[in-house]
Design a protein around this ligand. Structure first.
Ligand code: SF4
Length: 403
C-alpha cells in the first residue's frame, strides 16, 4: 500500500512497512499456544514435575499484572519465526530465550535465593559520529579504544558462562566498529541473543543481511522525534533521521527485530507528540518502541531534565492504553522501563541487567554509573556477585499507580 505520511523526509512510497505485531486474533492464539507449550517444556525440564507448571504460570501472571496491568501475553510480535512479547525476554522458542526464561522459573521457585542478571549491555567502542544532547557516554567518546576484538570475545564468553542470555552491544556507535562487531558475532552467537543499539549509522541492506547472517537478532534504533529537524538537532547531525529510517527499512527486510528507542524529554513529552510518534512507529512496522526518561547523567549531568509528574502520569497512561486497548492492537508494543522500575522494582544493579561502559568498567546501570569493577580484571561471576549486593538509588513511586 502506498500512501502519504505526515513525516517529511521519509520516502512515502515505501510506507507503511509490514507490521511486526500480530493483530489477527486467531494467529495470536496459535502463537500463544506455542508459547505455552514452550514454557511448559521449560518448567518440566527445570523441575522434572508438571505440578510446578501451574504455580509458575500463576506467579508470572500476577507479576505481569503488577508491572504491565495486562495479562502475560497481552500483545505479541512475530519476527523471523520467533515470538516476542517483552523486549527483554528475547524471541521464543529458542535456546537463548529458554536460558533466560529458565532463570525466571528458578527465581519463582526459589524466592529466597538472589536472582542473577540475564542481559549484559556492552559498550564495544568509544567511536561515534554524533553528538547527542543526552549522551551518557559523552565523557568517554572518541578516546583510545580499551578492548581489542579478542578482549570483546573473551568478555562475552565469560558472561555467557555466567548465565547471560542476551547481549545488547552499544557504544559509542557499534556500527563505527563494524568489522570487529561482525567478528564478535561470528565467534559468539548461538547460545545467546545479540542485539545492537545504534543510531542507524552505516546500516543499509547489505550490512543488515551480513549482521543477520553473523547471528544478530535485533536492532534498537534511536529515533528521538517524528520531526526530522528536531531529531537531527537532538543528535547533532543533519543525517541522523535519514539514517534511522533507512536502518529500520533495511533491518526489517533482513528479518531482524526492529525497535525504536526514544528519549522522552520534557519538550517531547506531550500526548500529541507521543501519539504522532506511535503513528510513525506503526508505519515503520517495528515490533517495539522503547521509551526512556531523560536522566541527569553524561551530557545531562547536573541539569534539570527529569520529567514533571503530570508528564510521567501521561506517559504511563498512554503506555497502558497502547498495550492493552483493542483500538491499538496494530501498534508496536510500548516498553517503558522507568514505569516498570517504579511498579515492579528496578532491573538494574545486577538484578536483571548489567552494563559495561566503553572504558571497560562494569556499572550497575548506564545511568546510575555506579562502578562495580573492571571487566576482565575480575571474573564475570565476581562482578555479578558484587553488583547484586548494590541496589538502585533512584527508583521512586509511580505518578499514576500505587507501588
Ligand atoms: S548517545 Fe549514542 S549515538 Fe549519541 S553521541 Fe552518545 S554514543 Fe553517540
Amino acid at each position: 500500500m502506498v500512501r502519504e505520511t505526515h513525516n517529511p523526509g521519509i520516502n512515502t512510497t515505501s510506507l507503511p512497512l509490514s507490521p511486526s505485531v500480530v493483530s489477527n486474533r486467531w494467529q495470536r492464539w496459535v502463537f500463544i499456544v506455542r508459547l505455552i507449550i514452550f514454557f511448559t517444556f521449560l518448567v518440566f525440564r527445570n523441575t522434572g514435575r508438571f505440578s510446578k507448571v501451574v504455580r509458575v504460570f500463576k506467579v508470572l501472571q500476577k507479576r505481569h499484572r503488577t508491572a504491565y496491568k495486562s495479562g502475560m501475553l497481552g500483545k505479541i510480535a512475530r519476527v523471523d519465526g520467533k515470538i516476542f512479547w517483552h523486549l527483554f525476554s528475547g524471541g521464543a522458542p529458542s535456546e537463548a530465550s529458554g536460558k533466560g526464561l529458565s532463570q525466571e522459573i528458578f527465581r519463582i521457585l526459589n524466592p529466597d535465593i538472589p536472582g542473577r542478571p540475564r542481559t549484559l549491555m556492552l559498550a564495544i567502542t568509544k567511536r561515534c559520529p554524533l553528538a547527542c544532547e543526552h549522551c551518557y557516554e559523552a565523557d568517554l567518546l572518541n578516546g583510545t579504544e580499551i578492548w581489542s576484538r579478542e578482549d570483546l570475545v573473551e568478555i562475552v564468553r565469560q558472561y555467557q558462562e555466567a548465565g547471560i542470555s542476551m547481549f545488547w552491544l552499544g557504544g559509542g556507535e557499534p556500527m563505527a566498529r563494524y568489522s570487529d562487531l561482525r567478528y564478535l558475532l561470528q565467534k559468539s552467537s548461538g547460545a545467546s541473543e545479540f542485539w545492537i543499539a545504534t543510531s542507524g549509522y552505516r546500516m543499509n541492506d547489505q550490512a543488515a543481511r551480513d549482521l543477520k547472517a553473523d547471528g544478530l537478532n535485533g536492532v534498537i534504533i534511536s529515533l528521538d522525534h517524528f520531526d526530522p529537524m528536531l531529531h537531527n538537532r537532538f543528535r547533532g547531525s543533519p543525517h541522523a533521521f535519514q539514517w534511522a529510517v533507512r536502518a529500520c527499512v533495511a533491518c526489517k527486510r533482513a528479518g531482524l527485530v526492529t525497535v525504536l528507542s526514544v528519549c522522552a524529554t520534557r519538550s517531547f513529552s506531550t500526548e500529541a507528540n507521543v501519539r504522532k510518534y506511535m503513528e510513525l512507529a506503526k508505519d515503520l512496522g517495528v515490533a517495539f518502541v522503547l521509551m526512556i526518561e531523560p536522566k541527569a547523567a553524561g551530557r545531562y549531568a547536573g541539569k534539570e531534565v527529569a520529567l514533571f509528574p503530570d508528564q510521567v502520569q501521561m506517559l504511563e497512561r498512554l503506555t497502558m492504553t497502547y498495550n492493552n486497548h483493542p483500538d491499538y492492537r496494530t501498534y508496536p508494543i510500548l516498553e517503558y522501563p522507568d514505569m516498570l522500575g517504579r511498579l515492579a522494582g528496578c532491573g538494574g544493579a545486577g538484578n536483571r541487567h548489567l552494563y559495561i561502559n566503553s572504558n571497560g568498567m562494569v556499572q550497575v546501570c548506564p545511568f546510575c554509573q555506579t562502578e562495580v569493577a573492571k571487566a576482565l580484571a575480575f571474573s564475570a561471576e565476581e562482578t555479578i556477585r558484587l553488583a547484586t549486593r548494590m541496589s538502585c538509588p533512584v527508583t521512586t513511586g509511580s505518578a499514576l499507580l500505587p507501588t
